[in-house]
Write a protein that binds this ligand. Structure first.
Ligand code: ADP
Length: 256
């Protein structure tokens, strides 16, 4: 609320009035706070591997200068940290590109069954490492939606990779495509892992939100995958529904 004293001009006695302007800035404040939280989080995420890299460089220049065995180990860790920073920067760039294009709906015809087959095949090495079986069930008829192939690949890669990584204990992941005439389609990605406690479910699509930060880091996560997926799906006018039961597993459904 702003109060501004004013005078009504003219002959005769001066009349003093007050102008009262009211503007709801809570939304603008919230956006400002989200922006600065995001910058703080991103900086923190980049700072951690950078600090570790600096520490190892100093050790390699000093105490470990002549220790070949230590050098080999440290170079391995430094490579991991640099890779982590690259992943993070790639995800940050993806997010900012998507924000710039959020108002344009992608419109190419995309056949979902072969796309899901391609994603499943690309994740087979990871699934094998984690000892998880990924099954894919698709209908006989093509299920075609309007969208952008590469972006949809990114969404399903993220959902299926998460299901394998976080639902590893369940040993299997089911990917099911349902489709009807007229562009309706639904993709279900279901795991049988530990599930997500209810209080976290509404927040896991927020940038950098993780149920367990250490678990996410050890699984090479950046905390941005689901935020990117949600942005892409919004652009595609599709919805992401999350259902999870602790001890039973988690189901992500993408509804076009
Ligand atoms: P990350 O890079 O950490 O995997 P995401 O945005 O992809 O980031 O996911 C955010 C968080 O949601 C993860 O850190 C994890 O805690 C949780 N999560 C995502 N998918 C699953 C799942 N299938 N089962 C259990 N937890 C999950």
């Amino acid at each position: 609320v702003r109060v501004a004293p004013a005078e009504i001009p003219g002959d005769g006695p001066v009349k003093r009035i007050f102008l009262l302007t009211y503007r709801d800035i809570s939304q603008a404040r919230r956006i400002d706070r989200m922006r600065s939280d995001f910058v703080a989080n991103a900086s923190h995420e980049l700072r951690t591997p950078l600090a570790s890299l600096r520490g190892f460089i100093e050790t390699l220049q000093g105490p470990a200068r002549n220790d070949l065995k230590a050098q080999e180990k440290f170079f391995g860790i430094m490579h991991e940290q640099a890779t982590r920073m690259s992943r993070l920067v790639d995800d940050l760039l993806s997010l900012s590109r998507l924000e710039l294009r959020s108002h344009i709906a992608p419109d190419d015809p995309v056949d979902l069954a072969p796309l899901l087959g391609h994603v499943r095949d690309s994740l087979l090495p990871l699934a094998k490492d984690l000892d998880v079986t990924v099954s894919l069930v698709v209908p006989d008829k093509p299920v075609v939606v309007r969208g952008e192939r590469d972006e949809l690949i990114e969404v399903f890669e993220n959902l299926i990779e998460n299901a394998c990584k976080y639902g590893q204990e369940g040993k299997k992941v089911d990917v099911i495509l349902h489709g009807g005439e007229g562009g309706e389609a639904e993709v279900v990605v279901k795991d049988y892992g530990p599930g997500i406690p209810a209080e976290h479910v509404p927040r896991i699509t927020e940038r950098f939100y993780r149920v367990n930060v250490e678990a996410s880091r050890s699984k090479k996560g950046t905390g941005l995958g689901l935020a990117i997926a949600k942005h892409i799906l919004t652009r595609h006018r599709a919805r992401l529904l999350i259902h999870s039961e602790v001890g039973k597993g988690t189901t992500f459904t993408v509804r076009f």
